[in-house]
Design a protein around this ligand. Sequence first.
Ligand SMILES: O=C(O)c1cc(=O)[nH]c(=O)n1[C@@H]1O[C@H](COP(=O)(O)O)[C@@H](O)[C@H]1O
Length: 233
Amino acid sequence: MTVHDPKIIVALDFHDAAAALAFADKVNPALCRLKVGKELFTAAGPALVEQLVGRGYEVFLDLKFHDIPNTVAQAVKVAARLGVWMVNVHASGGRKMMLAARDALDGEPNRPLLIAVTVLTSMDGADLAEMGMPEPAVQVPLLARLALECDLDGVVCSAQEAFVLKKLCGNDFKLVTPGIRPLGSAAGDQSRVMTPEAALEAGADYLVIGRPITQSADPVATLQSIHASLAAI
Ligand SMILES: O=C(O)c1cc(=O)[nH]c(=O)n1[C@@H]1O[C@H](COP(=O)(O)O)[C@@H](O)[C@H]1O
């Protein structure tokens, strides 16, 4: 099965490079993009990212940078030089941090998409309330507007917020949505979840899917069956 501009980003949350490369060798860049997050990057580092890029994959480097502006700016610049397609920061790092990250990428020959995490999909209203923050329906649009004002390319949010954010931030502002759960799969630690079909219908541009694919008995068949369900929309 070949998919043009695949919407599915598979989260390669593996302990080591061998497991990640074994998965990458079973699928192909026309079928999915790949995400390298904190677990895999801590284990395998930039060399693994470059290997995946070398195999033709568009790689989302998900290290959710959140630090002082200069530190984050330098980190996203180094990420750009690894050849990644997308890199993220935490929107709660604030305007100055996001502007510094954005400026640092100007002039990079291979500028990755720069996106900001709004509220983690593992969190619900009660989690935010005990940190003195409003519910996701309020906090996510607030942080998405801030990211838009800083000229970022989009945000990570729950698909539950996608419909509102597309209206608020416009069609070109990319919505990257984890917390995707096909019917019947366990939510695990995710709180704000949606099925792949509902997420796409709500306006999500990219669906980040990890365990429902990587921990299924046949990951490639699961990925293909999710694609088939999306093609029917
Ligand atoms: O930035 C992310 O990718 C991210 C943001 C967020 O709010 N929630 C979230 O789950 N993620 C990542 O998306 C992936 C979801 O994986 P599964 O829950 O296994 O599908 C993980 O790698 C998370 O680190």
